[in-house]
Design a protein around this ligand. Structure first.
Ligand SMILES: *Cc1c(COP(=O)(O)O)cnc(C)c1O
Length: 375
């Protein structure tokens, strides 16, 4: 059996580098609660991401959930169902009602031409997702938000290091959530952050990730516990030193896929976006069976037979989850529904050998030939 290839593989610093980084924790005995490593990582990330402010968390989900709480939102939030569970759950767990906007069929981000029709007098915010590392139409979202007085909180879990028109992607909207989970382009094992502009929001975030504690005798928020600890921050300091190299290696993999899979009828590759410095986070392909001659599920199976494990990201839509059974109508977002049934995210990580990329490409193409019987 050929060696197992998963959709992603976490890049790690050298063992010695991490050990060196955690050594002084034994001197300080400072393990968590905004310690020196945490603070150093905050300042380094602020610079790397070119953002005004950043606040670190245990993970991206807690960051998003607490950011929505910190903004004291109510009523309805316009968002996308074509995302990871976290985005929708964060909205619902805040007692807010997600209103699902459809996506565009080119880059799969929110279709900005469909937002305004969903705005009611209960709408308070928009939560778009820079899905797969594709940048949303930030200008149009900003225009709509200004016009109707809505907050914008980006789920930026996929766009670490991405720049748009030279600016850090975390600079757009009122706030952006990054995830530093082990499966992401940049990681701290588990971890996350909120980038934001407003200092008042920053103070709320600081409190809410620490039980709502303002000072020793003042607890004026109903907070959670979502502080990043020193061992995690130490990992983040190590991985940050290598993230540019990580992105450069991913680029080689993506270029190899593009060489092999471009111009194949019925296969839609991720777009190359204008004015965007990408991070090569994911490689989603969308398969149109009638033109390609095989379904997404057939390609998925064919890869699995070869011990290659692609993922059906993002299927099902969050609005179709069992947890929300009977609550939302998936037919209201027909493009998202269509794409979710046809998309396959194929293996992509820094150390994926190019010969494996070649092999994966060949298996995908041959799935078509066999079904068409046209070898
Ligand atoms: C990974 C991810 C999250 C959640 O981040 P965690 O750090 O795992 O909590 C949220 N949204 C999207 C789109 C993600 O991919």
């Amino acid at each position: 059996m050929a060696k197992k290839i998963l959709v992603t593989q976490t890049s790690m610093p050298q063992y010695e580098e991490y050990i060196e980084e955690i050594k002084d924790i034994w001197e300080s005995h400072w393990l968590t609660n905004m310690g020196p490593k945490h603070n150093l990582l905050e300042s380094q990330l602020k610079e790397y991401l070119s953002v005004d402010n950043i606040s670190l968390f245990t993970n991206g989900h807690n960051a998003l959930e607490l950011c929505l709480q910190a903004m004291n939102l109510s009523g309805e939030v316009i968002t996308t169902p074509f995302t990871f569970a976290s985005t929708t759950h964060a909205i619902v767990r805040n007692g807010l009602t997600p209103v699902f906007c459809d996506i565009n069929p080119i880059d799969y981000t929110m279709d900005v031409t469909k937002i305004e029709a969903l705005i009611t007098d209960k709408t308070t915010a928009i939560v778009p997702v820079h899905v797969y590392g594709h940048v949303c139409n930030v200008e149009e979202i900003d225009r709509i938000a200004q016009k109707y007085g809505l907050k914008v909180i980006y789920d930026a879990a996929h766009v670490f290091g991405v720049r748009y028109k030279g600016k850090g992607i975390g600079d757009f909207g009122d706030a952006s959530m990054f995830s530093f989970h082990a499966t992401k382009v940049y990681h701290t094992i588990e971890g996350g952050a909120i980038c934001y502009h407003n200092e008042e929001l920053g103070r709320e975030l600081y409190k809410l990730r620490d039980f709502g504690i303002k000072d020793a005798e003042t607890i004026d928020g109903i907070g959670s516990n979502a502080k990043m600890n020193e061992f995690v921050a130490a990992m983040g300091l190590c991985t940050l030193r290598h993230v540019d190299e990580e992105i450069a290696k991913r680029k080689r993999v993506v270029e190899c896929y593009r060489d092999n899979l471009s111009d194949i009828e019925g296969l839609q590759l991720p777009p190359i976006q204008e004015n965007v410095t990408p991070n090569y986070a994911y490689f989603p392909i969308v398969i149109d069976e009638s033109l390609f001659g095989a379904t997404r599920n057939e390609i998925f199976e064919k890869l699995a037979e070869n011990n290659i494990h692609a993922r059906k990201y993002f299927y099902p839509l969050t609005s179709a989850f069992d947890a929300y059974h009977g609550v939302y109508d998936v037919n209201k977002t027909p493009v998202a529904l269509h794409i979710s049934k046809r998309v396959l995210t194929i293996p992509l990580y820094a150390d994926l050998p190019l010969e494996d990329v070649e092999r994966i490409s060949r298996i995908i193409i041959s799935a078509r030939k066999q079904i068409k019987g046209s070898l």
